[in-house]
Write a protein that binds this ligand. Structure first.
Ligand SMILES: Cc1ncc(COP(=O)(O)O)c(C=O)c1O
Length: 427
């Protein structure tokens, strides 16, 4: 059974989000509509920060921009004192636009082009190199002052095989031996400051995983420091902190993660050999996933062996169910007090049979015209949405203590044809 918890509220069977009636938002802005509660982002940031910084004070959060790149979200993280973890020049540009300074931007790309490396070099941000073949190419363009290397520590985790980034058979990171060679090359080329990084998986709810992976990275860091005679300014343990999407999953015990990692960083290897490096994390999901709901209207219901509830959001709006078989809880915002009945499938309007947002769900009575709310869509929701089947992307609204504002206009046909040129060859 799903418990309605803050910022969700059931008032006379109608869903309120951050104290605003969701029906009012849908009437004012239309559907599908992403609605983000900024207060939830702030409390997630503060929880994560205090879980780690109460054990180790040289601690910094670098928000992973790819999770949700809305400018207002970036502005909020900048105001909280976060750094920004960017995956491409475009994300670096957005971060800069929203006030992040060069020293607060990390660039973790993979299989980068020379243009991308050259752009990053000019920005004087910290470049996190993913493979030993990229480093010489980067050094041919110029010598950065600060470099970090992404290690594959031989361990991976994640709620779906597509979310495992470390261990065997992944395209990310380099081996310890490649890293030793690369640090030596960088040192010889005149790089002055170094960091080390891993990002081994996403959506992980098991606190003990982070301890295991961090111990591995620390052991590798110790070998590197001793072998290459360099010092590491920071050790970046990546993101990956999960949130409970599917009942009865429990929240990640972030206090335990913070205290386990704090112990490792206060331990002998870190304090004596690594000389008290900065501890960096770069979470996306943990900070933004549960800050946002997706409102969508029911347009058509088809009966059969299983009922299909057809809504105006689809895999174009929220890709995660089709991509990862991901679970997002769905509430009927118009009839919260209706008793659960036979299971239904909730589908979008896209011409693909994978366009199912929720399978076999007991959500009670649903009628055409109802408003549904899909929960926990703040991470990899809008940012993974597309124009597939010629669909303009949804609008986004941010709520701050009952105040709300559109933070991204709904797209129109003009956005779909922008930049296209029609050839004059055909009559
Ligand atoms: C390099 C890197 N850092 C950070 C993240 C954020 O991960 P999460 O949202 O699981 O915290 C990702 C996600 O794919 C990533 O690839």
């Amino acid at each position: 059974m799903w418990k309605i918890e803050t910022p969700l509220k059931n008032i006379n069977g109608k869903l309120f989000f951050a104290n605003v009636n969701t029906a009012k938002l849908a009437n004012e802005f239309g559907t599908p509509l992403f609605v983000t509660d900024s207060e939830r982002i702030i409390s997630n940031y503060n929880n994560l920060h205090s879980a780690f910084s109460s054990h180790y004070d040289k601690f910094k959060i670098n928000y992973a921009v790819k999770a949700n790149n809305n400018l207002s979200v970036l502005k909020l993280f900048n105001s909280l004192g976060s750094g920004a973890d960017c995956s491409c020049p475009e994300e670096i540009s957005l971060a800069k636009k929203m006030g992040f300074s060069s020293k607060d931007i990390l660039y973790t790309g993979n299989y980068n082009s020379e243009d991308q490396l050259s752009f990053a070099l000019k920005q004087k941000i910290i470049i996190n190199v993913d493979s030993s073949s990229i480093l010489p190419r980067l050094l041919r363009i110029g010598t950065p002052n600060f470099i970090s290397l992404r290690i594959n520590p031989g361990i991976g985790g994640g709620s779906h095989s597509g979310l495992v980034f470390g261990g065997k058979n992944t395209k990310f990171g380099m081996s310890k031996n490649d890293a030793i060679e690369s640090y030596n090359i960088a040192k010889k080329a005149g790089v002055k400051k170094f960091g080390i990084h891993m990002m081994t998986g996403s959506s992980i709810l098991d606190a003990s995983y982070f301890k295991k992976a961090t111990n591995k990275l620390i052991d590798i860091a110790v070998e590197i420091v001793e072998e290459c005679k360099i010092s590491l300014d920071f050790i970046n343990i990546g993101g990956g902190f999960g949130i409970p999407y599917r009942p009865p999953e429990k929240s990640l015990d972030i206090k335990k993660v913070g205290s386990d990692i704090g112990k490792i960083f206060n331990g002998k290897k870190s304090s004596k050999i690594l000389n008290n490096p900065w501890l960096f994390v770069e979470p996306g999901r943990y900070l933004v996933a549960d800050s946002t709901i997706l409102l969508t209207s029911v347009h058509s219901i088809k009966s059969g062996p299983i009922k299909y509830i057809g809504v105006d959001a689809g895999m174009n709006t929220l890709l995660r169910p089709a991509l990862y078989d991901a679970y997002h809880h769905v509430l009927n915002a118009s009839r919260l007090n209706s008793r659960p009945k036979k299971p239904v499938n909730i589908c979008g309007q896209i011409c693909e049979n994978t366009d199912i947002l929720a399978k076999n769900r007991k959500i009670g009575t649903v009628k055409e015209g109802d408003l549904l709310a899909i929960l926990n869509v703040g991470a990899y929701g809008f940012s993974m949405s597309s124009h597939y089947n010629t669909r303009p992307r949804a609008a986004e609204v941010m709520i701050n203590k009952k105040k709300y504002k559109i933070i991204r206009q709904r797209e129109t046909i003009n956005d779909l044809i922008k930049g296209q040129k029609v050839v004059t060859w055909f009559k």
